[in-house]
Design a binder for this molecule. Structure first.
Ligand code: SAH
Length: 235
């Protein structure tokens, strides 16, 4: 049986009741038909995963009382995805799949040909939380505010390679397997423009990478790149 898993933004310890949000109470009570005493699993990104019991508080409110830790917090990949926002549903897809594929941070960047001028941070955060709940992660990836690519590159952390998906680039190499700290950059539907490419070529951390001979849609490129970066290294 699959457990209902919920992310809560509060500390978790034995007996310390957590108030379910209105949406969580609705989901548990009305959608999933759970009631007093039923189990639910909780995680908060820091204290591992807990089995909790539902304790109704009247007027549709619920508290969740952690009883025992069922998984300790464990290290997760240190992998960032930088992506140019796409159409709304496609951006949601990228956030969902990147969360399933274990990214620790999502950094939307605006580029020369970025399609969307804004991102809805609350919405993306909700998508990431739902994906984390479903895929049994113990964390929710951080979602950074949308920034121009130039600004993100200007304060790039030393020592973190930035693998930039560059289609039709003779200098592009295949992605390495399992780097310890890494970031993947995927461009917008229209690809990177000349100014973006010039910025990328000036930063030492940037490694141009190829994802194969075909031109992939941005969302496909993000999924493939994240999967390739996490294949086990052999030898
Ligand atoms: N419209 C562009 C393609 C953009 S594809 C054109 O026709 O040239 C969108 C993004 O996906 C690109 O910016 C790149 O980051 C990534 N991408 C797609 N296919 C790729 C490939 N074969 N190798 C590396 N990156 C790729």
């Amino acid at each position: 049986m699959t457990h209902i898993r919920l992310f809560v933004p509060t500390p978790l310890s034995e007996g310390a009741a957590v108030e379910a949000s209105t949406a969580q109470a609705h989901y548990l009570g009305t959608v999933m038909r759970r009631s007093a005493g039923d189990p639910v699993r909780l995680f908060n990104g820091a204290d591992g995963e807990w089995e909790a019991r539902i304790v109704p508080r009247g007027r549709g409110r619920l508290t969740l009382v952690p009883e025992r830790q069922v998984r300790p917090q464990a290290p997760e990949p240190d992998l960032w995805l930088l992506f140019a926002p796409l159409k709304r549903d496609t951006t949601d897809l990228v956030v969902e799949k990147a969360t399933e594929l274990g990214v620790s941070a999502l950094l939307p960047v605006s580029t020369e040909r970025t399609n969307a001028g804004r991102v809805n941070a609350d919405r993306l955060n909700a998508v990431a939380i739902e994906a984390a709940e479903q895929c049994e992660r113990l964390t929710v990836p951080r979602i950074a505010p949308l920034r121009p690519l130039a600004d993100v590159l200007a304060d790039w952390p030393p020592g973190r390679p930035l693998f930039a998906g560059l289609e039709r680039d003779a200098a592009a190499t295949p992605l390495p397997a399992a780097p310890r700290h890494a970031a993947l950059l995927i461009g917008p539907e229209g690809g990177f423009g000349p100014r973006d490419r010039a910025l990328l070529s000036r930063l030492e951390a940037v490694v141009p990478v190829s994802l194969g001979p075909r031109i992939l849609r941005a969302e496909t490129a993000a999924i493939v790149g994240l999967a390739l970066l996490q294949r086990p290294s052999c030898g």
